[in-house]
Design a protein around this ligand. Structure first.
Ligand SMILES: CC(C)(COP(=O)(O)OP(=O)(O)OC[C@H]1O[C@@H](n2cnc3c(N)ncnc32)[C@H](O)[C@@H]1OP(=O)(O)O)[C@@H](O)C(=O)NCCC(=O)NCCS
Length: 168
């Protein structure tokens, strides 16, 4: 298993992975749309096995709007081909992805996702930090991770995603 940054040769395979893992092509369209929009940072990693892309994870910018507005990243989407799920590939993508974010100097990552899954990587509820999200969801789904311990201290606000996330 190789986890590495996407290249232009991976774009079609990343689309295939997202279409296979999700019920509709909305997430595949989102990935392509964010890339086409030139969103930066665009931290996109693939999991490759036997030369085939079997998993993908993406981190893109969000703004947290409060008394001051501060930047962070959002993990979304991530996907593993159904026949390759539950073998730890997703976990390797999350670990490598968070490390890539940390190495690039980012301090805070948000995710809207499975509450049984993301806490194992250190994600906690946004509400514990007094942070809200522009998207509604059960409290346990709205999560955040400090890559730098204490990075959120004293900060509040509402997480705002790129407009392409509307309707996902
Ligand atoms: C979520 C996903 C990326 C995980 O990839 P993976 O390679 O199967 O992950 P791992 O093998 O590292 O971990 C498996 C864990 O994921 C959890 N998991 C997988 N799919 C899940 C789901 N739909 N709901 C809740 N938990 C899920 C399992 O509970 C499992 O936990 P366990 O180890 O305690 O049994 C993959 O299941 C997937 O592509 N799902 C469909 C797309 C999706 O929902 N993406 C996440 C959007 S937030």
């Amino acid at each position: 298993m190789l986890i590495r940054p996407e290249t232009s040769n991976d774009i079609a395979a990343i689309r295939t992975v997202n279409e296979a893992a999700f019920e509709t092509s909305a997430e595949a369209d989102l990935v392509d749309g964010l890339r086409a929009a030139g969103v930066s940072p665009f931290i996109s990693l693939v999991a490759e096995t036997d030369g085939r892309v079997v998993g993908h994870i993406l981190f893109t910018p969000v703004q947290v709007v409060g008394e001051v507005t501060w930047p962070a990243l959002a993990l979304a989407p991530m996907a593993v081909l159904p026949e390759f799920q539950r073998r730890g590939i997703g976990s390797q993508l999350v670990h490598a992805g968070l490390e890539a974010c940390r190495a690039a100097g980012h301090e805070v990552v948000f995710v809207l996702g499975h509450p049984e899954y993301y806490p194992r990587f250190g994600f906690r509820r946004m509400s514990e930090f007094g942070i809200t999200c522009e998207f509604d969801g059960p409290d346990e789904v709205l999560m955040v991770l400090e890559l730098t311990p204490g990075a959120i201290a004293g900060r509040r606000g509402e997480v705002r995603y790129h407009p392409l996330f509307q309707g996902i």
